[in-house]
Design a protein around this ligand. Structure first.
Ligand SMILES: [Mg+2]
Length: 185
């Protein structure tokens, strides 16, 4: 893991604008179920999904960058209101560059959560590179945080909870969803 002062990690979390996730192995456990003819199935975690809602409520933009392309991912992204969906990017840095330009952001304002070697070019650039528990050792080495939870089983939610806590927003955002319907609207 990269050694960084806690104050510096907090500073970067507070300055964060765009939270990016890889899909396979991060939003899922990495399993891909191939269905006859064409099409594939993936299993997503519902608490991770709520995490995305919490992050967007906290004012963060959320995006995904994946090397594969599948209808299941478009559908899940739409369900969750994910702001940026970049599928079919074998070179994930290309997607990062597009997003930086589109949102007029500096790499320091971006977090990326990955698990494998294709994620490294992006992770080596962004302000907050994060690895999931099941990530390859090289990916963990280039991270400032490694989740306890594995991909597909709460890693996304753990990252979002960690970031909201660092940003001092967790209590307020959780409070919003824990309150009655009248208070929420
Ligand atoms: Mg992956």
């Amino acid at each position: 893991m990269l050694e960084l002062e806690q104050d510096e990690i907090k500073r970067r979390a507070v300055g964060l604008h765009l939270l990016l996730f890889d899909v396979d192995g991060v939003m899922t456990d990495g399993g891909i179920i191939l269905i006859e003819e064409k099409g594939e199935a993936k299993r997503f975690d519902v608490r991770d999904g709520m995490g995305v809602t919490l992050a967007r409520t906290a004012g963060l933009k959320v995006g995904i960058i994946t090397g594969r392309e599948s209808a299941a991912v478009y559908r899940r992204a739409e369900e969750l209101g994910i702001d940026e969906v970049c599928q079919g990017y074998f070179y994930k840095e290309d997607a990062l560059n597009l997003l930086l330009e589109k949102h007029a952001l500096d790499v320091s304002q971006v977090a990326y959560v990955g698990d494998d070697v294709l994620d490294l070019p992006v992770m080596k650039r962004v302000g907050l590179p994060i690895a999931v528990h099941n990530a390859s050792p090289e990916v963990k080495e280039h991270s400032i945080y490694v989740t306890q939870a594995p991909g597909g089983y709460g890693a996304v939610r753990e990252v979002i909870d960690w970031l909201l806590e660092l940003r001092g927003q967790k209590e307020a955002v959780y409070g919003l969803f824990a309150s009655s319907k009248e208070k929420r609207s």
